[in-house]
Design a protein around this ligand. Sequence first.
Ligand code: ADP
Ligand code: ASP
Ligand code: MG
Length: 463
Amino acid sequence: MIVMKFGGTSVEDARAMENVIGIVTKEQQRRPVVVLSAIAGATNALLKSADIALEGNLEGAHAELNLLLERHVLVLENLISGRAEIQQLILAIRKRFDELKTLCQGIAILGELTNRSRDSIASVGEQLSTLILSHALAQRRVPIALVDARSFMITDDQFAAAIPDLELVGRKANEHILPLIESGKIVITQGFIGSTRKGITTTLGRGGSDYSAAIIGAALNAEEIQIWTDVDGVLTADPRIASAAKKLKVISFREASELAYFGAKVLHPSTILPAVEKNIPVIVLNSKRPQSTGTRIVAQPPKSNAVVKSIASKKGITVINIQSTRMLMAYGFLSSIFAVFQKHKTAVDLVATSEVAVSLTIDNSSHLEHVVSELQEFAEVTVFEQKAIVCVVGEQMRSTVGVVDRVFRALNDVEVIMISQGASEINMSLVVDESSVTQAVQQLHREFFEPVPELDLFEQVDA
Ligand code: ADP
Ligand code: ASP
Ligand code: MG
């Protein structure tokens, strides 16, 4: 069997959904499990309505929800045939929106919005997209089964960033999904959402549908995991930043994982791990151009001479400089620093040490105040916000001299605040000001990919 995950833009309207239907039915022989995101923008709109309600603006929240309701109605009116069926579906969807409005009312009255409520609200997007697609497929006489992801995607209760219990999910997925596949059905389920053991709805964090797909693929021993999105595959940079970005035909799990972690939105950072553990290839494909061959992410790609494969970037980074003349580099100093970050559940991305200071970066600054005040008990601390990480990735980098030179030549007029290389031999990460990240990525892209170095690995992206 295979897993086919479709992101928001792949189900954004009736036409996109028709594309999905075409792509899925073509693969029917391979026994697909289809994992869907909410229609493009739905999760944002749902969360926005909750935030507006929290401000006490119930009317605004309702207006936001009404717009989203209309979008769903439009999709199904153009996708489903038969007045009666359309009416019945509209009724079901209206009911969900009525529930959402009641929830918003509660938020407005209490003036409180917990992550638990946010998850419950955000999860509706995926519930609706799967409902619509499964009706459309059933109407086209495709044998399908809609499985609520909450019946098998069991997570802890860290709402908004819930962690799946992979062993339990594996067991439950086999129990709930496998018999349906074996009976010849195409299974449709939601990405992104899960449930605690007690049955309370959770989400895996923004962009989490990719992760859902990988977990399901690993649980069911899929032949491959297909991630269908709005670009031709993994590119040499985000095409929104570097318009000349080229497609990579193949990259390694390690490279993909670094790219995703350092901001390449095309894959959720956790996606690769379940696939790695089972050695299942992940293929990134374009649902608007299904004829394109996409990018294969595999354990051992064929050897390539390309030194740098891709450039990723991530904004919203905070740099923390820690100095202590008294204890510097004394043994135990670094561990006392990291203990503070661990205590406040704040992940550190990059670390650089010098004789007089330790610099590190975090991308989640929700506990920054506590972290800083505890560090100040034994060191001098300076914080720099609104920074960005630019990350250059390629397996060949570790055995090639001169990459660093080329990076700095390309960035000659960009102020580099921090450099980190070595933790992973396949990447080099630089911290720059948020305002110069576009320039940095574009200049690096020009240095390494314009003109394209090796036609065998890189492929032109058609407009
Ligand atoms: P989906 O809704 O299908 O999950 P996303 O918007 O989450 O899609 O991810 C796809 C987007 O990722 C692309 O439109 C592109 O702008 C962005 N992106 C960032 N870095 C890369 C990269 N290296 N290769 C391809 N796409 C990238
Ligand atoms: N719909 C969710 C989001 O927008 C999950 C996803 O699309 O991957 O974050
Ligand atoms: Mg995504």
